[in-house]
Ligand binder design. Structure first.
Ligand code: ATP
Length: 350
């Protein structure tokens, strides 16, 4: 395979444009691919932006229409999870099981070894294995989303923005002659469901499948009416539409009986999390039972924990400090310092 060429995922945004500029400065021949995942509100301007970026930088570029695959693998999963009373993280599923595997497939077809993205992460080699390391710009760090990537991919991955700050990337893109791309807004949230996921569910779930029901407390006392369990998330406090004289949180979604159970914060804490779809770089990181950091939210949360790996890609996480709002369907990612060790999907907690 040719090691001088690199396949770059180009979203049409600032970050992948910055990655392209840096890779060219490093002497790579960049070949760009843009996946047509989903045209939010019919907007295809991201494709035009990617084409314009590639043309300005003299990059061979093509668009790959994967809308059908994305719909089946990501969008329907997202809906299915909410309908199963779980709270999905579609970006994790997309990165680890869709976007990166697609990049690998295309790179292989083109006989290209290296694959790059504009993710704000770094990679490090530790005892012969490649791990993801958090990005230098902690506000932009995206390691939480990439715990499912294995060494066969990480050995080929280049993350040009890993040691950069966003402001530097914008400047780099601007000086490369891409003024408009350099000031593009950061993409926020889920690409196919901007803003309110409840609206998305309303529009995409057959009518009659989401029905009103009752909020109850832990003793089964009815506290009010809800609009349908998929519209609520474990840990949610706001937007319940109730007038209670104390703060109450969604503790549990009971799909079978269409009940939403509410509880005060002090009853929301869990010390044990059961994970499925577990992936890690090296089993030895977990074998000595030494504490590692567990993140169950993208931002502003970390706890110490001990991870017990089980067969069948499962694990039990013992939290050393109890954590509230542990939502089934969400992810847990493990770190030692700034190094990402692995992660899994939360099945349930106690
Ligand atoms: N539609 C796409 N086609 C190809 N690669 C993509 C696409 N969307 C994202 N990527 C790749 O994944 C990286 C991270 O994607 P994410 O959606 O988090 O973008 P971002 O941080 O907003 O980056 P950008 O500013 O490039 O849009 C991008 O920098 C790009 O390399």
């Amino acid at each position: 395979m040719d090691k001088k060429r690199v396949l770059l995922g180009m979203s049409g945004g600032t970050d992948s444009a910055g990655a392209a500029v840096l890779l060219q400065k490093q002497g790579f021949e960049v070949i760009g691919v843009t996946f047509r995942f989903f045209d939010a509100d019919g907007d295809t301007s991201y494709l035009d932006d990617a084409v314009e970026t590639a043309r300005k930088l003299n990059i061979r570029h093509f668009v790959y229409d994967v809308r059908e695959g994305f719909k089946h693998h990501i969008v329907l999963y997202f809906i299915r999870e909410y309908m199963s009373a779980r709270t999905p993280v579609p970006c994790i599923r997309c990165n680890n099981t869709f976007k990166w595997p697609l990049l690998v497939k295309i790179a292989d077809e083109l006989d290209i070894f290296y694959i790059a993205t504009g993710h704000y992460v770094q990679s490090v080699e530790i005892e012969g294995k490649i791990y993801i390391h958090t990005g230098t710009d902690k506000d932009k760090d995206q390691s939480f989303f990439l715990w499912g990537l294995g060494n066969e991919i990480l050995r080929r991955a280049i993350f040009p923005l890993g040691n950069m700050y966003k402001a530097e990337v914008r400047e780099l893109v601007r000086t490369a002659g891409l003024e408009r791309i350099s000031i593009r807004k950061d993409s926020l949230g889920i690409c196919f469901c901007k803003g309110n996921y409840r609206l998305f569910l309303k529009e995409n779930v057959q009518s009659g499948k989401i029905l009103p029901g009752f909020f109850e407390d832990e003793q089964g006392k009815i506290l009010g009416k809800h609009k349908g369990y998929p519209f609520y998330t474990v840990g949610q406090r706001r937007g319940l539409g109730l007038n209670l004289n104390r703060p109450m949180y969604v503790k549990e979604l009971d799909q079978a009986n269409n009940r939403v159970i509410l509880a005060p914060l002090q009853n929301m804490y869990k010390t044990r999390i059961y994970l499925k779809n577990v992936h890690y770089i090296s089993q030895s990181d977990f074998l000595d039972n030494s504490p590692v950091v567990c993140k169950i939210r993208y931002r502003k949360q970390q706890s110490s924990c001990i991870v017990n790996l089980l067969d069948g890609q499962c694990a039990i996480v013992e939290l050393l400090d109890p954590e509230h709002s542990v939502a089934p369907g969400q992810a847990a990612a493990f770190y030692r310092g700034e190094v990402l060790l692995g992660g899994g999907i939360i099945n349930y907690s106690e």
